[in-house]
Design a binder for this molecule. Structure first.
Ligand code: OSB
Ligand code: MG
Length: 368
């Protein structure tokens, strides 16, 4: 395939409810939609960087720069017979994983549509439905308990709460007291250090499924020290950018579970390789989220259909985030807490182009 045209759109969708972590607070979500066309067929991807470099160093601005100046010009010199080849082109360009992933995702969708294949199947997915969890942002304890009650009633199969110093043991204890033995985990987004060891050890009492990224965003050494001291499994998010990172973390014993975000690891091909590596080591994975629009969400659903995604992920339905999503149909969850993997070609959802303009802040089209 030869891509003739790429259009980038910087979009911002207002969130129904503000989302707060130990690192940031968002009332709208920014992302770049990548549209790639070849021979009249169009595919879509999403670069999941935030507006500010608070989760990772990538931003809307860095993604736009790297796509416009490097990744798209490179694409216009290439042809591919399968989207798994794209990772190889991207290798010489260092990091910038979310920019790469946005483009690579669009090429997978494009290729799948041209070949009449559902993305999930093209990736080797085996599930017909995926299990859904929810990531609950930071709020006061009574509000958080109230929200969890609603989420459990809606059918979510796993609750994740965000923690930070001063908002941890009391919160978890209150949740256990109120809701008993529900599948519960906590995500610290790097808010602690080894100096907090005694406090982190107190979490063991609550039998969490895992604690996600307690220590620095770029660390695997201290996490290994911490994991030796904790009964609770550590799950890494921010620290893992590639299958190689995962291999090293597993060798060191830095975690027992890995959160795979397609954007953080550079695309679907690397996400699949990371999945396969973890499967070979008997390490379960789950799919993380970046508050994606329906387009990125559809990619997440497809990758989650692979068999070693053994734990409910953060891919909640559209209505958890948006008054109006930019795809049709919206992503919906059944009362049993699952989402059906679509079986139409490509990502299996249609972008609603006439909703795009009101959420678009900047557009640029590139041609071969
Ligand atoms: O750490 O997993 C995270 C959202 C933005 C940035 C980082 C994270 C998150 C979430 C929300 O936890 C996941 C989602 O619902 O998309
Ligand atoms: Mg996380």
């Amino acid at each position: 395939m030869k891509v003739d045209r790429v259009t980038l759109r910087h979009m911002a969708l207002p969130l129904k409810h503000a989302f707060e972590t130990s690192a940031s607070r968002d009332t709208e979500n920014h992302f770049i939609i990548v549209e790639a066309e070849a021979g009249g067929v169009v595919g879509y991807g999403e670069a999941v960087a935030d507006f500010a470099p608070l989760y990772s160093e990538e931003t809307i601005g860095t993604c736009w720069h790297v796509l416009a100046e490097f990744l798209i010009p490179q694409l216009f010199e290439k042809e591919f017979s399968h989207p798994s080849e794209v990772t190889g082109w991207h290798k010489p360009i260092r990091r910038n994983k979310m920019a790469k992933s946005g483009l690579e995702g669009a090429l997978w969708d494009l290729w799948c549509k041209a070949n009449g294949q559902p993305l999930a199947r093209a990736l080797g997915g085996t599930k017909e439905r995926i299990e859904v969890g929810v990531s609950v942002g930071i709020d006061d304890i009574p509000t958080t308990l109230h929200n969890i009650e609603d989420f459990l009633a809606e059918g979510y199969r796993r609750i994740k709460v965000k923690i930070k110093p001063g908002h941890d043991v009391r919160l978890i204890s209150a949740i256990r007291e109120r809701f008993g033995d529900i599948p519960l985990m906590a995500d610290a987004n790097s808010a602690y250090t080894l100096a907090d060891l005694a406090l982190l050890k107190q979490l063991d009492e609550f039998k969490l499924l895992m604690v996600e990224q307690p220590l620095a965003h770029d660390d695997i050494i201290d996490h290994a020290k911490l994991q030796r001291e904790l009964q609770t499994p550590i799950c890494l998010d921010e620290s893992i950018h590639s299958p190689e990172d995962a291999r090293k973390a597993l060798e060191l014993g830095s975690c027992r579970i890995i959160n795979i975000k397609v954007g953080r690891v550079g695309g679907l091909q690397e996400a699949k390789e990371l999945h396969d590596l973890c499967q070979a080591h008997g390490v379960p994975v789950w799919c993380g989220g970046m508050l994606e629009s329906g387009i990125g969400r559809a990619h997440n659903i497809a990758i989650t259909s692979l068999p070693n995604f053994l734990i409910p992920g953060d891919t909640s339905p559209s209505e958890r985030y948006w008054v109006e999503d930019i795809i049709e149909p919206a992503v919906t969850m059944s009362p049993d807490g699952t989402i059906r993997v679509p079986d139409g070609p490509g990502i299996g959802y249609e972008p609603v182009l006439d909703r795009f303009p009101k959420y678009t802040l900047r557009t640029e089209t590139f041609r071969r």
